[in-house]
Design a protein around this ligand. Structure first.
Ligand SMILES: O=C(O)CCC(=O)C(=O)O
Length: 277
């Protein structure tokens, strides 16, 4: 782990924003050069899917994209962002899910149909009996295209809704729930969101293809949410990235980790001891 990451620890203001709203935006997380390089990789993935028959009219939801490019793998333990992830969740974490989404222009005129509002993690929301629901995981969304204006297939959220178990949807399938807003994210922005935050994708009414990379981090005792094939990356990865990619000494180490299971904790003991507890 690059020691430069210590400049990017979660600040108290950031913690408060995330706790209160379920959302945190880090503008300029990626440089314009990184955005350009990641856009080229994402475009290549998209092009391959079009060749394989994916409809150019449909958004591409593509999980397990990390093995497709070293640039995607480099964001798994990205020094500007991972410190904020462990600042929120602690050190017993890994990447449990990742997907990229490419949303081409819909060619349609804007309408006000209710979008697909949800909390993440499917049955977790029915089968965990606590209130409010537990956080368990968060996603970091890296915006590659410019969604700095509404109507560009923006990510929509209801700030502060992460502590609510239910969402009142508008009647008749038209309009958005009270408090809903489009996230206006410029290229290079990283948007953190609590998995419980009520959120949704939206149609792309612009002529700009939307591209976003989603990295989901959760506790090591949570199962993966897609059929991740990142094991092939373990050998060439440093210990903390390997932890993020799901490596461990065995099943029990997901629940009661030894130092071998969680090199992030070992590293924190030396570099940021308060966060190693
Ligand atoms: O594509 C989007 O803006 C929303 C993505 C989403 O709903 C999710 O990652 O759970």
């Amino acid at each position: 782990m690059d020691n430069s990451c210590l400049q990017h620890l979660l600040t108290e203001d950031e913690r408060q924003t995330f706790e209160e709203t379920g959302l945190l935006m880090v503008e300029g997380a990626l440089s314009p050069e990184q955005v350009a390089a990641l856009t080229a990789e994402t475009d290549a993935v998209y092009g391959r899917h079009l060749e394989q028959g994916h409809s150019p009219d449909q958004a591409l939801f593509y999980p397990n994209f990390i093995p497709d490019s070293p640039l995607f793998a480099d964001l798994v333990d990205y020094p500007k962002i991972l410190p904020k992830v462990w600042g929120i969740l602690g050190w017993n974490i890994y990447l449990y899910h990742a997907h990229l989404i490419v949303t081409p222009p819909s060619g349609q005129t804007p309408d006000d149909k209710t979008f697909g509002w949800h909390q993440d993690s499917g049955r977790v929301n029915q089968e965990m009996e606590s209130h409010p629901r537990p956080r368990l995981s968060l996603k970091v969304a890296y915006f590659l295209s410019d969604t700095g204006q509404p109507g560009r297939g923006n990510f929509w959220v209801i700030p502060g809704s992460h502590l609510r178990d239910d969402l009142r949807r508008p009647e008749g399938g038209m309009g958005q729930p009270e408090g809903a807003i489009p996230v206006l994210a410029k290229p290079g922005t990283a948007v953190f969101f609590d998995r419980r935050l009520w959120h949704t994708a939206s149609p792309n009414w612009s002529d700009v293809t939307r591209m976003v990379l989603f990295y989901g981090y959760g506790y090591r005792w949570i199962r993966t949410k897609d059929d991740m094939t990142v094991q092939g990356l373990w050998e060439g990865s440093d210990p903390i990235r390997r932890q993020m990619l799901g490596w461990g000494t065995g099943a029990n180490g997901h629940y009661s980790p030894t130092d071998d299971d969680v090199p992030l904790r070992v590293w924190l003991r030396e570099h940021s001891p308060d966060e190693a507890k």
